[in-house]
Structure formats: C-alpha cells, structure tokens
Design a protein around this ligand. Structure first.
Ligand code: ZN
Length: 328
C-alpha cells in the first residue's frame, strides 16, 4: 500500500462506522466482502480500515501516527498482506496458499493480522477453493478483506461466508459539491460527472486533458467514419499510444448517447451533452441496428482486452472504428 493521507470520502463514512462499531463490540466477522462498482473508492476505504484494525490507539479512525499506522502507510506492516494480480489476469492458488501459511504464524506486532484480496473475482477456481478453507476454519485474530466490483463472479460459498458491505456512488448533487470544493475543474461538474458515470473519483483520476482531447477527436471522426470519408486505420494509428480501454469506453458512451437520443426522442439526458449536435446528426445517419451492433463489438473488444494479455489494442480499435462505416 502507498501512503494515503486523503480522509475517508463522505459517501463511505456510514460503512466505516458500521464496521468500527462491530469492531468495538468485538463482533467483527473474520471475513469481509467489500462490494460495489469501480471508481467508488473501495481501495481507499480499505486503506483506512486496515490502518484502523492494526492501529494501537484507534478512536473513530486510526490514530495515523503510532508505529503500526506508520508501517501500514509505508506498506511495510508485517501483519498486513496484500494479494493481487501479479503478471497475470488471475489470482493463483499459490498466492492463497501463502496466506494459509502466514495465517498460522503469530502476529509480529502482537495484534491482529489483516489480509486484503483484490480484485477477489479474479481468483481462479483452485485459488477460490483454497480460500474456502481459510473461510471455513478461520485463524483467530486474522481478518480477510475481499474487494470486488463483480461479486456475482465469486463462488456462492465464498460470498455466503463473508460479511458483505456494499458501496455506492454518491448522489449527483453531493458528488458535484465535493468535486467543486476540492478540485479545479476543466468543465462544469455536472457534465464531467455524467461523462464519468457519476463517479467523482473517475472525474479526478481519468477525465484529464488527454481524455477530453481524445473524446473530442473521436466525436469529430464519427460523421466522416459513418460516411466512409474517414480512415479507421489512420485514426487507430493516431491513437496508438493512448489507452485503448479508455478510448473504447469513450466511443461506447458516444454511440450509447446517440441511441438514447433516438430511442427517447431527445427527452432523456445524455452523458456527452456538449456534443449534442454531432450525436444528433450521427443518429440521423446510422440505424438503430447498426448502432446496437457497434455497441456489441465494443463490448467484445473490451472483454477481449480484459481477459487476454496478448490482445492487440490498436487492431481491436481499428476493427471497431471500421464498423462505424455505414453500408450504402
Ligand atoms: Zn495508529
């Protein structure tokens, strides 16, 4: 873990109070499942929780200054394990077996031991089965924290043995207020939040100048691509050094917005409202069927990028862009 001095986000304070209350009452379950969409701040929450669980003098929060707090902040606390993806898209059984060995040892600092598994849904079948043993026969004083944004992909037997805590995006108004108070924004907070699917953390972490520039380039290319006068190859080459997942997500949202327009007769709000004119014109050119097919292709490309280390992002992007050309 890296040093993290940012306070708890206001939209996760209730979950923190719930868990610290269980802790104070000596009722904290030995396994927690922190579940919720991406970009909601689960890892940030976990950093605070781990620090609290290991702190020597916790109050409402960890003290932040005792020796164990400092070790957690530095990512070097011997009683805190972090299990994640290492050169693979799966958490492997060896990683889980290591936890079993570690669980059986006495805590170095004489307190609890805390192990974080993230993203928990990437445990392969063997790893998940190995973890079940830890869940069925917990070691006293050890807390397992599983983090996931796809709880449905976990074995039901794992889900049922964990105390689940759900995380949600903050209401739009609260998110906007928080953003405006803390960050200099490049556009109005509402538009940025719509682009980020409602997540203020995604606005901060992803919607930077490059994102906005790429979104603009993709939007400007939609009409020429549809008419067959733009070159998918040239555009994909231009994007060669950019983040393909982000580009595909931007493109998905542009196409989805144009569908939203067409299907609701312009009545429902869209994510890219500043690009209204382009999206409207595109919607008049492309049929519903063509756009739904395009969304399927983007979803497939994203799935491929997520599941295979060998995917060729530029080729996938070019293939999607070339499908934007309308058949005449
Ligand atoms: Zn402390």
């Amino acid at each position: 873990m890296t040093t993290d001095t940012e306070p708890l986000y206001p939209w996760q304070e209730a979950q923190f109070r719930h868990l610290t209350k269980l802790c104070v009452d000596n009722r904290l379950p030995h396994a927690l499942l922190l579940s919720g969409p991406t970009h909601v701040g689960k890892a940030h929450f976990t950093q605070h929780l781990v620090q609290y669980l290991l702190c020597r003098t916790p109050a409402d929060l960890a003290c932040g200054s005792c020796d164990t707090c400092l070790l957690v902040k530095a990512g070097t606390h011997p009683d805190n394990r972090q299990i994640g993806l290492v050169d693979s898209k799966q958490i492997k059984v060896e990683q889980i077996r290591d936890i079993r060995d570690w669980e059986s040892q006495t805590a170095n600092q004489g307190g609890r031991k805390v192990c974080v598994i993230k993203p928990a849904e990437t445990m392969n079948h063997q790893a998940a089965n190995a973890l079940l043993k830890s869940l069925e026969e917990p070691s006293p004083g050890t807390i397992l924290i599983l983090i996931t944004h796809q709880a449905a992909r976990l074995l039901p037997t794992i889900r049922s043995r964990c105390h689940r805590v759900d995380f949600h995006l903050p209401p739009a108004k609260e998110a906007g207020t928080w953003l405006r108070a803390r960050h200099e924004l490049q556009m109005d907070a509402e538009t940025l939040l719509e682009m980020a699917g409602g997540s203020p953390l995604k606005v901060i972490n992803e919607i930077d100048e490059t994102f906005l520039k790429n979104r603009q380039t993709l939007a400007q290319a939609m009409l020429p691509l549809a008419r067959g006068t733009g070159s998918p190859l040239q555009l994909a080459t231009q994007f060669a050094k950019e983040n393909a997942v982000q580009l595909l997500e931007i493109f998905y949202n542009l196409i989805a917005d144009s569908l939203q327009h067409s299907l609701t007769d312009y009545k429902l709000p869209i994510k890219n409202k500043d690009l209204y004119d382009i999206l409207k014109e595109y919607g008049e050119l492309a049929s519903l069927e063509q756009r739904f097919t395009l969304l399927d292709s983007i979803t497939q490309a994203l799935g491929y990028l997520a599941s295979t280390a060998n995917a060729n992002p530029q080729m996938l992007l070019e293939r999607v862009l070339s499908q934007t050309a309308l058949e005449v």
